[in-house]
Ligand binder design. Structure first.
Ligand code: NI
Length: 163
């Protein structure tokens, strides 16, 4: 496994659409494992492959941080969504920036797992938010395009520590 470099806002790749994965093989599993390690090392709850410079429809999500395995999704699609939630959101590609975004309260996602097996995931609250955010990345859609006007905040991590 390896930690990969996270692409930061301003990098044009973040606006591109990622391609479907046709075969879930060892190379795909290696990318998913690297994404998982990269996400955890950056204390993120989700990461898409485009954020490490790979235009494939791959997402990792871990909203628990309790040692349970992360969700590793290939070609994820939201097939159903319900309700709305207004949430404070950030993104590993936008360091120290947060804004208010409306996300679905519940989503049902169909995908393949890391072995190429079809799976269905139902997520609520933070998991629903996170799945919607990461799946947006696969179409080049960034949270700052969805944020409510005037809600973008910059948080200086050093200032936070000195408080
Ligand atoms: Ni993001």
């Amino acid at each position: 496994m390896a930690i990969r470099e996270i692409r930061i806002s301003g990098d044009e790749i973040l606006k591109k659409r990622s391609r479907e994965v046709e075969v879930v093989d060892d190379r795909i599993r290696e990318i998913l494992n690297d994404m998982d390690e990269t996400m955890h090392s950056a204390n993120g709850v989700g990461l898409s492959a485009v954020q490490v410079g790979i235009l494939k429809r791959l997402v990792v999500v871990d909203v628990n941080y309790d040692g349970s395995p992360s969700l590793k999704l290939v070609n994820p699609v939201i097939v159903k969504q319900k309700g709305e939630q207004e949430v404070e959101e950030g993104c590993l590609s936008f360091p120290n920036q947060f804004a208010k975004v409306i996300r679905p309260k519940e989503v049902t996602v169909k995908a393949l797992d890391e072995n190429g097996k079809p799976i269905t995931i139902k997520g609520k609250d933070l998991l629903a938010q996170c799945l919607a955010h990461e799946i947006d990345h696969l179409d080049g859609v960034l949270f700052v395009e969805k944020m409510e006007e005037g809600t973008l905040q910059y948080i200086d991590p050093e200032e936070e520590e000195n408080k």
